[in-house]
Design a protein around this ligand. Structure first.
Ligand code: C5P
Ligand code: C5P
Ligand code: ZN
Length: 491
């Protein structure tokens, strides 16, 4: 029994994964040095930050690298680094076929904390919600899997410190804040809040005093956007006369009994008190009802916001959703180092750099979405597609495809497949569906893997969102294969 003043070990956050997490943690502790490899998006960056912090706290020597994607070439590059153990976060499961070859050759032992659809064969140290019947697209992200691992790496509460230092936390629950950023960055909160294992992580974050969930207006930009922009850019809800209508948003706000400016500047959602927030939300709902917005979309106006209480109010870092966009703005532009530094606590040079990258990212998203709306999509029997060529960067074409799904340019009854030029000989493919289509049998991970492999490429991902790389001259053959596969799944 622990004495009253020694910390009592808390329960594992996701009991289903406890055994796998313990095995992975033990293997990492046994390693002399670990190479930590992660993915270049918000979830991958937060995964790396969580895993790196936990390794450091456990005294495990390691180095961090990022890869745009894991394929034969990048895994070979990792193997050439000659680390005894490689920890893959937010990818790895989908590339087990490639990884297994290097493992068999004795190049390294893989430890994987991921949430993507696993490829064959399996491996010994593998932490993935899908292996225990949990949903990898909605219940646990890569950062969540890394968090589960981090908790398993905590020093046992009764172990006495060997080097006498006392400033190393033995409890990794503070890392739940980053895990929530990763989950929201992967759009795991699409039904208004986090569910399943993610909810247990939120509870850890609340217990650790770092995360605060609350029922809130569910629009992007609560911390940083001036009120008119918050409403104007809320394109998912589409309230006539407000969404995509700068003058309409201002005129709607002016009709409310609200102080709209402070010292000449527009106030933001974060600047309003509870009464003012209620006034705005009820007026918005009333307006949506009067304009005939469908009830389901009106429900979407309210959801759960997750606030990182240690971050400064009115900054991108305070709201997990804005935080995740800031991270994508770094890693998707070959500056994962900047995003990682922000995750690890740099609030000076790295944050300033990230903010400047964010302006560029926002402009690219807006121009990309505009391009899709103007050009429109082409309809096949069971899917719709567009080929952006070099007009949309391949690292953000998936984000644009996801945003397009929420816009009138796209038919919600079919998945969207987007292409962008990757290099002179290859195309990047990104596919996005909806939860409704997934309930009808859609699995884009299987579609993209099979259709890309049938034309000499490779891909994978999640049922609702997946990606691939294919040879540029095989686009139409890929589309025909993908269309047929989606048709079979939805029949
Ligand atoms: O690589 P990774 O798993 O981290 O990325 C998940 C991708 O799936 C993200 O781009 C996210 O936007 C997308 N997604 C989606 N809709 C969901 C869940 C995830 O578009 N409901
Ligand atoms: O790149 P994109 O955002 O479209 O990726 C959607 C999902 O598919 C992500 O989870 C990503 O990790 C996965 N993906 C994959 N293999 C690829 C490309 C993307 O597993 N070749
Ligand atoms: Zn992820």
């Amino acid at each position: 029994m622990a004495a009253a003043d020694t910390p009592v070990p808390t329960d594992p956050p996701v009991p289903e994964l406890a055994d796998r997490a313990r095995a992975c943690a033990d293997r990492l502790r046994d390693a002399d040095r670990v190479l930590l490899a992660s993915h270049i998006d918000a979830d991958g960056l937060t995964s790396a930050a969580i895993a790196s912090t936990a390794l450091a706290r456990a005294g495990i020597d390691h180095e961090v690298v990022f890869e745009k994607q894991l394929d034969a070439a990048s895994v070979a590059g990792i193997a050439a680094r000659e680390y005894e153990v490689v920890l893959f976060t937010d990818f790895g499961s989908g590339q087990l076929d490639v990884i297994a070859e290097h493992e068999a050759a004795g190049a390294f032992t893989p430890v994987i904390a991921d949430h993507h659809q696993p490829a064959e064969p399996d491996t010994e140290f593998h932490l993935n919600p899908l292996l225990e019947g949990l949903n990898g697209a909605s219940e646990l992200s890569g950062a969540g899997a890394s968090y589960v691992l981090a908790r398993a790496l905590e020093a046992p509460a009764d172990a006495s410190s060997t080097d006498g230092s006392t400033d190393v936390p033995t409890d990794n629950r503070d890392l739940a804040a980053l895990a929530v950023v990763g989950a929201v960055g992967d759009m795991q909160d699409t039904d208004g809040g986090l569910v399943g294992a993610n909810e247990a992580i939120v509870a850890d974050g609340v217990a650790a005093g770092v995360v605060e969930p609350r029922t809130d207006l569910d629009l992007y930009g609560r911390q940083t956007r001036p009120l008119p922009k918050l409403l104007e850019y809320a394109s998912d809800v589409r309230i006539p006369g407000i969404s995509n209508d700068a003058a309409g948003a201002v005129s709607f706000l002016s009709g409310l009994d609200l102080e709209l400016k402070s010292e000449g500047e527009w106030r933001r959602w974060v600047d309003l008190d509870d009464d003012e927030r209620r006034t705005l939300v009820s007026a918005l709902i009333k307006r949506a009802v009067a304009s005939g917005v469908p009830a389901a979309r009106i429900d979407g106006l309210v959801g759960t916001s997750y606030t990182l209480v240690d971050e400064e109010p009115g900054t991108e870092l305070r709201d997990v959703s804005e935080f995740s966009t800031l991270l994508n703005a770094t890693a998707r532009y070959e500056r994962a180092d900047v995003g990682l530094a922000v995750c690890l606590g740099d609030r000076d040079a790295a944050l300033a750099e990230a903010r400047s990258l964010l302006r560029n990212h926002r402009r690219n998203l807006s121009e990309g979405l505009q391009w899709v709306k103007t050009e429109g999509v082409t309809h096949a029997d069971h899917l719709q597609w567009f080929d952006a060529g070099s007009r949309i960067r391949e690292t953000i074409v998936g984000i644009v495809a996801g945003m397009a799904i929420g816009s009138p340019a796209v038919d919600r009854s079919k998945p969207v497949v987007a292409f962008a030029e990757k290099n002179a000989t290859e195309l990047k493919v990104s596919a996005r569906g909806s939860h409704g289509l997934v309930r009808q049998g859609l699995d884009l991970s299987a579609v993209l893997r099979e259709a890309s492999q049938s034309v000499g490429g490779d891909g994978g991902g999640h049922d609702v969102a997946a990606g691939a790389t294919i040879p540029s001259d095989r686009r139409d053959a890929f589309l025909a294969a993908a269309d047929a596969l989606v048709g079979e799944q939805l029949s």
